[in-house]
Ligand binder design. Sequence first.
Ligand code: DGJ
Length: 746
Amino acid sequence: MEIVYHESTRIFHLYNEYISYIMMIMRNGHLGQLYYGKRILDKEDFSYLLETCERPMSSCIYENDRTFSLEHIRQEYPVFGTTDYREPAVEVLQDNGSRISDFQYRNHVIEEGKPKLPGLPATYTESEKEASTLRITLEDPVTKLEAQLLYTIFREGGILTRSVGFFNGGEQPVRLERAMSLCLDLPDSGYVWQQLSGCWARERQIYRRTLEPGIHSIGSMRGNSSHEHNPFLSLLRPGTDERQGEVIGLSLIYSGNFRIQAEVDAHDTLRILAGIDPLTFGWKLEPGESFQTPEAVLVYTDQGLNHMSQTFHRLFQRRLARGYWRDRVRPILNNNWEATYFDFTEDRIIEIASRAKECGVELFVLDDGWFGERSSDRAGLGDWKANLKRLPGGIAGLADRVEALGLKFGLWFEPEMVNKDSDLFRQHPDWILETPGRSRSHGRYQYVLDFSRKEVVDNIYGQMTEILSNAKVSYVKWDMNRSITECYSSSWPGDRQGEIYHRYILGVYDLYERLTSQFPQVLFESCASGGGRFDPGMLYYAPQGWVSDNSDAVERLKIQYGTSLCYPISSMGTHVSVTPNHQVFRNTPLHTRANVAYFGTFGYELDLNQLTQEESRQVVQQVAFMKKYREILQFGKFYRLLSPFEGNETAWMVVSPDQRTALVGWYRVLNVVNDRYRRLRLEGLNPSFCYREQRSGRSHFGDELMYAGLITSDETAGQAPAGAEPCTDFESRIYVLEAAGNQDSE
Ligand code: DGJ
């Protein structure tokens, strides 16, 4: 891994074993983008890649020269209005009303390791040898506004991170109207754009489109990264699939309003922009003030989508998530939400927890409804004190009782919200985000606390600290159940209102940072009405997140499959819930619900007392199975094999680091009578290891399983001959493969 600067050609080359990223300081002092892709050998001069040809009707920078038009040049951090007509990476409104700027190279520094981004989540290194960083400082000569472009290349994997820091070194204030984290100008648009989009209970579905001239974008203006679009994009060369082909993955480490867009111009070049959503953003920089953008992560591979995902998984698992739980298998939990909703007493909770303990569960989580006057969603948010009518012993008393059963205890909070019917709102009605003189919209009868104000964050921090210090709480589920509207903070002046969305998220990050450092052994799980804020920013604080409120096994196939494009299995909160399912009212077999949930953190969202004896027996087995294999399920190498978006069957698998154990999840939505023969080609095995497959007791070498395939055809051809278990809809199987010493294959 290296970062080289070639003085004679003014070219930067960042490379490791997998990728090269090349740019140059152009004659106008701006940075031109020359190449991004598979590693190429270093040399002094790549300037021919700049391509400044003379095009008719172009606006040009230099007199008597018709070749240098920014419109036709691929750039690193472009501006609008000085011959480039595409959307810019940065826009600066100045005191005189001008929006023209001109960021020219001043200097650069190459350093080992990776710097922290103040107040923001970001990937990190544990030793300086893991990555190198290039800081390039650009300056606008008129305003003296500096833009410091940060590029970090990791040693392992085709990973490059980028962000931008601004510093107003001038004497006048300026206003950043847009400050994207990344611009990536690519020489052609021959990619398939792949995004993760959806809505509540249907998050992160895979959508694809070919790129055409014009702009295509995804983003959020809701105050959270949203159910609707995830801050993640992949660009696939045509023909790329899970196993092979070129792909660029882009992930924005941010939990607020964002935009990721592609612009294809008339000459088929492609500009990718990613960062904070510009429409809901504006940041005033007084002289001497700075601003830092969130970080964007780029992953390049020529080995297909699975390899891209594995690169993200490893990075996010090991160098984005932090703390005590980062590398630890996650406790199997039982959450009471769907078991009781708001209707519970302390004894009822203990009844559920006791049964959970008998089944081998390790953590009981008390969800919404334990605090203030909360008996429905109309009251209580903001008052983080136990409702003693329901829980006479308070949270400390309940936690003690749960611990006495031999379980850890976890608790739900929704720290960013308040109901009008709460003591907090009665005392501080001005602590919510609302625009003076305008009506205030609610979501689920709740209002958004103004987390751009330190005193508000301090208050919630104080209340949560009180509970976490005085009760044995080992886990926190941090929920967020509405989007922001009428965004305005009465504590900031009018010319700073464009900052509020971002300041709000900085407040959320600040609270997370304070709580996770004060309670380092508490496991945090993020949540936002299911997966409304399932993003890499959250992973920095909470190593797992509730994937979706939809826990139907069939729906979860798509949700978890899509999520796995970018996010590791250890980050996905997955539970077995009752049937008929509470979201889609579907009946699926208990084993299928577990077979889907195994590929995640695993838990139960039901009252285990309600199960039949046979079901309870199955649950005990499921818990034991998860305990045995969770290290591999959560931290092994994950491969997608069959897509639920493409057919009736889904399959995925994980392989242990030593390749000796693999678990394959196979799922079929609808039964097919007299179905065709099926073989599932596995991945990631050692070709010469002999694996025993537990269900059939047969053994096969890794090469057979990968190239000939595992037989998944139904022996009963979809029927139910006497004595055999009938095939049903929503059928699934887990195939466990263990490599044996010197066993022969059959
Ligand atoms: C939304 C979450 O996604 C659910 O799991 C549950 O915690 C409810 N909120 C509680 O209000």
